[in-house]
Design a protein. Structure first.
Length: 444
């Protein structure tokens, strides 16, 4: 009798273990994580050499891409958005000689992660369809993994400060999601680089003792602000821990491709609010802000701190040209105790990256804000693209649209980028034809 009970229990436990392993295998395309091991042995995508040079197939690569946020985010799980839209959009970008795009392999709100938890295979199938379409159009992808810093904490019932605890549910979920996505697509030739999130640094070290500012809009039904406290803010130290944990997961499967943070502009006062966060009340996770401007040395130090190994690519975004919220684009900056030009400011990021022996990726540029309707907007846009090229930065992505259009000024900007990319091809700095030919040969 006892033997029968024991045998039944063992059978039950064996069955449960089989279910667990089957679910894990399904999320990885039919094989366990242990069987997957290191992937991307064909060395697909962009690589960062030891001196910070970005290469494609071993040759230095230069290019102007675009952001195409909607490519996955608007369509995954949607019953109304026709996939023909993103297919036409990618074909349109290819006609303008765009070599790569940046978009999230995911979506914006918590509902996406609910869909992912419920049916990961459906999500993976859709992602693969988009990546296959990119490959069909000879377009690479900088794949952003977890776009908005607030969403996973809300989804798992945690806090943003939990990013600093590797054992928290926030980090555990983020690691698993990263592991699932990277292990699924590390062998896809359309993936050119991995990005952790979008502009997490712009919220880091910001805190309001009254719990009113620096959170997220109160109008999002799935993200209520009912129970916020100081732990809903996070420091750059906590963010840095999160970056390291996620980058380690990426490197577990893909030892080759570039990894970037997705950081926005380095806040002009980043060092001051970093120090303020270090002096927080540990019980309440609250601190008082100070706003002293960075020196150039502090700018370098904060970029280094926010781009920890194994991340190999320093990233920044600068859609707007002002820090005062005026919605005006300016071509010079009050920075480092001086007035400097766009070219000098862009070059500062490049020089800092070089000091760190890391690549530099200008992840979002070119939304000209108040200049968008000006008669000389394209001339001003060319000033920006010329400044990027002259700075030494190898890759940059236009922030232009969530869904594709080439009407009006959008098309004029694409014309500019097309000309720049054609020039780079002719100079031997953009070997994408050879790359995609290699992909076809390997597939054949």
């Amino acid at each position: 009798m006892h033997r029968d009970v024991s045998t039944g229990i063992r059978r039950l436990l064996t069955a449960l273990l089989g279910i667990i392993l089957t679910v894990s295998a399904l999320s990885l395309g039919g094989c366990s994580r242990e069987e997957v091991g290191i992937m991307n042995k064909e060395k697909y995508g962009l690589h960062v050499e030891k001196d910070g040079t970005i290469t494609l197939m071993g040759e230095p690569f230069y290019g102007f891409g675009v952001n195409y946020f909607a490519a996955v985010a608007w369509y995954v799980g949607s019953e109304t958005q026709p996939t023909a839209d993103y297919q036409a959009g990618l074909a349109g970008l290819a006609s303008y000689n765009i070599p790569f795009v940046r978009f999230p392999l995911g979506a914006y709100y918590p509902a996406y992660y609910e869909l992912y938890d419920e049916d990961p295979e459906k999500v993976f199938s859709f992602m693969k369809g988009v990546l296959d379409e990119c490959q069909k159009n000879n377009i690479g992808v900088i794949a952003s993994l977890m776009w908005w810093d607030a969403v996973i904490p809300v989804h798992v019932g945690g806090k943003r400060a939990d990013m600093g605890d590797p054992d928290s549910e926030v980090v555990k979920y983020a690691r698993k999601y990263t592991e699932d996505v990277v292990s699924r697509f590390a062998d896809h030739p359309a993936i050119w680089g991995w990005e952790i999130g979008n502009e997490y640094n712009l919220n880091a070290d910001l805190c309001d003792p009254e719990l009113k500012n620096f959170l997220w809009p109160s109008t999002i039904p799935s993200m209520p602000l009912d129970n916020v406290d100081g732990f809903d803010y996070y420091t750059s130290t906590e963010m840095r821990t999160f970056y390291v944990e996620i980058a380690k997961v990426i490197r577990k499967y893909d030892t080759y491709r570039m990894i970037t943070t997705g950081n926005g502009e380095m806040r002009p006062f980043a060092n001051a609010i970093y120090k303020a966060g270090k002096a927080m009340n540990k019980d309440t996770h609250i601190w008082e802000l100070t706003w002293e401007s960075n020196t150039r040395e502090e700018f370098d130090r904060m970029n280094s701190f926010m781009t920890p190994d194994p991340i190999d690519t320093l990233c920044f975004h600068l859609q707007s040209g002002t820090h005062d919220g005026s919605n005006k684009y300016v071509l010079s900056f009050e920075m480092f105790g001086d007035i400097i030009s766009s070219k000098e400011y862009f070059k500062a990021y490049y020089e800092t990256a070089k000091k760190l022996k890391k690549a530099c990726y200008f992840g979002e540029f070119g939304d000209m804000l108040d200049m968008e309707t000006a008669p000389d907007v394209i001339e001003k846009f060319k000033v920006v693209t010329d400044a990027i090229a002259a700075s030494g930065i190898q890759i940059a992505s236009l922030w232009q649209f969530q869904a594709y259009t080439d009407e009006g000024v959008s098309g004029e900007k694409l014309d500019v980028l097309s000309g720049l990319n054609v020039d780079l091809k002719e100079q031997g700095k953009q070997n994408i034809a050879e790359y995609w030919e290699k992909v076809k040969d390997q597939a054949g």
